[in-house]
Design a protein around this ligand. Structure first.
Ligand code: DQA
Length: 156
């Protein structure tokens, strides 16, 4: 029987995006850049494939739906990369869902939230994250995939 490739053995990386990120490219581009979310999804799929990995890419404007996606990742994902957007600053429910995970979780923000308004300086998600990448724009997602790939390689 043909040997299975690593790609078919490893579960996908769940890349989850919070509210208003569907409008990237149009939304305050001076802060968040001109790259759209579909473009980020394509870049992420290519970066993951270069590591022999696959992705599930989601965006939701609803807190409960993000909780559902995190619960799905609990059993179906190898790792989570999450840009919680505005919910990072408010949501204990999203933190609770992250704290149930036994897989790596990388928090990503396009902007550096520590250089911005005081109400953006704190993220509940950071308490549950394995690592955090911020301020690198869309490139941050790719660096998060590199970090996850390294982490999964170490564990093999
Ligand atoms: C963001 C930063 C948040 O403060 C903001 O609410 C967002 C995007 C970022 O990617 O820089 O929606 O998470």
């Amino acid at each position: 029987m043909a040997k299975k490739s690593n790609q078919s053995k490893t579960l996908p990386i769940y890349i989850l995006n919070g509210p208003n990120l569907n409008l990237l490219g149009q939304r305050e581009p001076e802060v968040y850049g001109y790259t759209t979310l579909p473009q980020i999804e394509k870049m992420c799929a290519e970066q993951a494939a270069a590591h022999g990995l696959s992705i599930v890419f989601r965006q939701s404007n609803r807190e409960g739906e993000i909780v559902d996606h995190l619960q799905e990742a609990r059993t179906s994902g190898a790792a989570v990369i999450i840009n919680p957007a505005g919910y990072g600053h408010t949501s204990i429910a999203i933190l609770d869902s992250i704290q149930m995970l036994k897989i790596p979780v990388i928090e990503v923000h396009l902007s550096n939230i520590h250089r911005r308004e005081p109400y953006r300086n704190h993220s509940y998600v950071s308490k549950g994250a394995t690592g955090i990448i911020m301020g690198l724009g869309a490139q941050g997602y790719l660096r998060a995939i590199d970090a996850v790939a390294e982490n999964l390689k170490v564990k093999k």
